[in-house]
Write a new protein. Structure first.
Length: 68
């Protein structure tokens, strides 16, 4: 495969600053343990509880968030 491998800085869950839900924009100080994390096109994306619950079938089907 010719996919770009994410560098370590992109995959660091302890990165400083608030984490933002990629769907609705909700923010949290650090990644909450109940949020969903997805790597799409080499980029780490977080989704809050509400967005994850609303789209659980698409998430389990491994569909990129742009689809749902």
């Amino acid at each position: 495969m010719d996919q770009k491998t994410p560098d370590a800085a992109q995959l660091d869950p302890d990165q400083p600053g608030p984490i933002t839900c990629a769907r609705c924009g909700t923010t949290a100080d650090g990644p909450p343990p109940t949020w969903i994390c997805s790597v799409e096109n080499g980029t780490r994306r977080y989704f809050c509880d509400d967005c994850a619950r609303a789209n659980i079938r698409a998430i389990e089907g491994r569909l990129d968030s742009s689809w749902w």
